[in-house]
Design a protein around this ligand. Structure first.
Ligand code: ADP
Ligand code: MG
Length: 346
């Protein structure tokens, strides 16, 4: 009964809970792992920094980068293609495109082998990137994601992509800290960028540069420490982690797989929904305990009374009529108490 009312209450607040077990587990959660891109940030990044690193001019560099990124569904790819278009550059046609999940993309444009991706991805492909750290530092400190562009094995450009932090993220995290949750920011992005975002949201624990499979490992590690872990993500690269967590929380508006692998879905991708879900689950747990107490009290008092314990002393006993009325009354109080959940403030 309580669960049914709570599910309805949650739905009205934009919190969709899959089943009773999820609501129950959520009440026991003490650790929240949050994804950065698309969960704390808008997930609609835009290209704000363009630096040249070689002798290729800006238009050509953007033409090569946008050319390979056109094949990728990653939000960063859209930012690069749109950013090139805003600067009047058409993407070049790409051949033999490959996407390396959570790292970058590769392909051939204008006869040149082009790589666009993280520093570590380019390093693995033998591109000398060690000298570029200094150039990437300033945009990263502002929270931008830095993506490098290489052609024919040499770095030619650095792209800084900014993704605004969601307006409600600060409030949401403050409320979660107030509920005594341990909060861990997990991201595939660089340490500096992750730290810049974490600082703005007062998150002290950051796990940067996590490969796509790594988020699941992080969750398992926390669970091994005895933590009950919720994971909030948008499903881009983190669907397995959402499924692995004790409670997966999918940001609506993200990838559809997120909703499939998560026990809780937040409509509109509002991070304050995480707080609402938590309050809903704790409120429901309290309500269920009260109901058990009601039912127990009625039985403890009613059963001996009906059996006639007071009859010898006081001549009082419960006739079958009264006893059955008391039985229904117990159900009525349970229902009335459960219905109070409709007014639970979230
Ligand atoms: P997050 O965990 O923050 O959602 P991802 O795991 O999706 O981030 O990506 C991690 C990193 O991999 C990015 O910061 C970027 O450097 C690189 N990357 C991933 N996809 C692309 C792409 N299509 N183009 C360029 N770089 C990419
Ligand atoms: Mg993501």
């Amino acid at each position: 009964m309580s669960i049914m009312v709570a599910t309805g209450r949650g739905a009205r607040a934009g919190v969709l809970v899959r089943d009773a077990a999820a609501l129950e587990r959520l009440a026991r959660v003490d650790t929240l792992v949050v994804d950065k891109t698309g969960t704390l940030t808008e997930g609609r990044p835009s290209l704000v920094t363009v630096r040249l690193l070689g002798d290729v001019d800006e238009r050509h560099m953007l033409r090569l980068a946008a050319g390979v990124e056109r094949g990728s569904a990653h939000p960063l790819a859209a930012a690069i293609v749109d950013g090139a278009a805003e600067r009047g550059v058409e993407p070049g046609p790409v051949l033999s495109f490959v996407s390396l999940a959570g790292r970058g993309v590769a392909g051939t444009v204008d006869g040149l082998p082009v790589l666009v991706g993280s520093e570590s991805m380019l390093r693995e492909h033998g591109v000398p990137v060690d000298a570029l750290g200094a150039q990437a530092e300033a945009p990263r400190r502002e929270g931008q994601t830095v993506v490098l562009v290489a052609a024919a094995g040499r770095p030619i450009g650095l792209l800084g992509i900014a993704d605004r932090i969601k307006a409600q993220a600060g409030d949401a995290l403050a409320a979660l800290r107030h509920e005594r949750l341990r909060i861990v920011l997990a991201t595939g992005d660089s340490r500096l960028t992750a730290a810049a975002v974490a600082r703005r949201l007062c998150i002290s624990e950051v796990e940067p540069e996590i490969p796509p499979e790594g988020k699941g490992d992080l969750i398992r590690r926390l669970q091994d420490q005895g933590r009950v872990v919720a994971m909030a993500g948008d499903g881009i690269n983190d669907a397995p982690a959402l499924a692995l967590a004790d409670v997966g929380i999918a940001m609506g508006g993200g990838a559809d797989v997120a909703v499939e692998s998560a026990a809780v879905t937040l409509l509109h991708g509002d991070p304050r929904g995480i707080v609402r879900a938590l309050r809903l689950s704790r409120g429901t747990r309290r309500n269920i305990r009260q109901n058990l107490l009601f039912a127990f009290a009625y039985n403890v008092l009613g059963v001996p009374l009906a059996a006639g314990v007071l009859y010898p002393a006081l001549g009082v006993s419960l006739g079958p009529m009264i006893a059955s009325a008391a039985m229904s009354l117990s159900s009525v109080s349970v229902i009335a108490n459960a219905l109070r959940l409709r007014r639970l403030s979230l």
